[in-house]
Design a protein around this ligand. Structure first.
Ligand code: USQ
Length: 395
């Protein structure tokens, strides 16, 4: 069976992705340096529940399913660690069979600092973000160039690369006519955080690699993800992903559900007209899997907008309030001064057909889905720490 390498395999999306592929018979190796856990400890932001280490989770997964997810603990900004994944020897922190699995057919690249507020805490965290995200991507590009030119790189990008332009957003590319001549270019990008700006730079690095060395790359421009449970995490609570609800690492809908349960007024920033494309964590797994099944061609940078529907912050708050109230909570909404510099009322019309065309079947944000999330999060109500919900990291 095909070998899938998941870079950033400990995170909110990395671990569920690893289980998803493993459950379907792939050979899976995960790599992580525990950046996210360590940053959560350093900043004392709290998580909804504690999560076993990657090695413990791989053991639990094996005990419950008989399947093996090989674990490597290492920092991928070190080119030697990255390159060892392609030509061995690999130092597995856990594996049933410690022999080198061989070159992966697919690499899923999540190994990034993913938070906009983290990247703008101060210059130190800005540097960590720039160094980590660009070095990991560059190390990956050169390792693939040198050892595995046929390997398909699936890189997680972000819708935030486009910002909120006053024109329709295409899936990655745009045809431009200028002074009577036509050309196809990457869609203009103008991010509103430093983190999102590093994602633009990642895209440019890999686009360079595609042009120079005929690499195969799929770039998934993902919107904010929500949800906890996936098919695999239902097997055992210890397999649930890392789940943040704090201001630094929590994404908006996950935060709103926790806030509703903790009787904390929903933190709408500014006017609340900020509109983004959203998707369920289950759809992240589908999107990555469908991309793996239909790889980009040699010399192709294929870009999909990985969102399933769009909402404004106000619309999300109203949904959470309505569903929460119907479940017996008393959900209040607060409009806080926006700590971020972003447009609070804007045009937003992205295209997002490509992933559905290759077979993704969206899960939408229905009232039942929200009620299910309320139920899951409520099990951990006693762990919620109110003081981590809002600090107002400004930029
Ligand atoms: N927001 C609030 N209240 C909150 C938190 C957020 O009003 O308590 C607003 C933000 O100001 C923003 C929107 O909700 O307008 C989304 O914020 P977010 O924190 O959920 O998401 P963001 O910072 O954009 O980043 C997240 C992930 C990132 C991913 C990105 C996709 O952390 O890794 O790349 O979503 S996107 O937003 O499409 O760029």
């Amino acid at each position: 069976m095909s070998h899938v390498l998941v870079l950033g395999g400990d995170g909110y999306l990395g671990w569920p992705t690893a289980m998803h592929f493993s459950n379907r018979g792939y050979d899976v190796t995960v790599v992580d340096n525990y950046f996210r856990r360590n940053a959560c400890t350093e900043l004392d932001v709290g998580m909804l529940y504690s999560v076993p280490t990657l090695v413990q989770r791989a053991r639990i997964w094996h005990e419950l399913t008989g399947r093996e997810i090989k674990v490597v603990i290492g920092d991928l900004t070190d080119p030697n660690i990255m390159r060892s994944l392609f030509c061995g020897p690999v130092e597995y922190a856990w594996a049933l069979d410690k022999r080198f699995t061989g070159i992966p057919e697919t690499i899923i690249h999540y190994a990034e600092q993913p938070s906009a507020p983290y990247s703008l805490l101060n210059y130190k965290y800005a540097n960590i973000t720039v160094v980590n995200n660009l070095l990991v991507t560059n190390n990956l590009m050169f390792a693939v160039r040198d050892f595995a030119r046929d390997t398909h790189i699936i890189k997680l990008g972000t819708m935030g690369e486009y910002g909120t332009p006053n024109i329709d957003i295409e899936e990655g590319w745009i045809e431009i006519e200028h002074n009577g001549r036509r050309g196809k270019f990457l869609f203009p990008r103008q991010a509103s955080s430093l983190y999102h700006t590093t994602k633009i730079m990642d895209t440019d690095l890999l686009w360079f690699g595609v042009r120079m060395w005929d690499l195969r790359v799929t770039d998934l421009m993902q919107g904010p993800v929500y949800g906890i449970e996936t098919e695999e995490s239902k097997i055992d609570e210890r397999l649930l992903p890392i789940f943040n609800y704090d201001e630094i690492f929590g994404t908006i809908l996950n935060r709103f559900i926790v806030q509703a349960i903790a009787d904390y007024p929903l933190t709408v920033y500014g006017k609340g007209g900020q509109t983004r494309g959203y998707l369920n964590i289950k759809d992240t797994l589908q999107c990555v899997h469908m991309s793996e099944k239909t790889p980009a061609a040699k010399g192709q940078l294929r870009i999909f907008n990985q969102i399933m529907e769009t909402f404004s912050v106000n619309e999300l708050a109203e949904k959470v309030q309505r569903v929460g109230n119907s479940l017996g909570y008393n959900v209040r909404i607060d409009h806080l001064e926006n700590p971020r510099r972003e447009a609070e009322e804007h045009y937003y019309n992205p295209t997002y057909q490509g992933l559905v065309e290759i077979g993704v079947e969206p899960h939408y944000l229905t009232d039942d889905m929200l009620a299910g999330m309320f139920q899951t999060v409520a099990r951990f109500k006693n762990n919620i720490r109110l003081e981590v919900i809002f600090h107002g990291v400004k930029w």
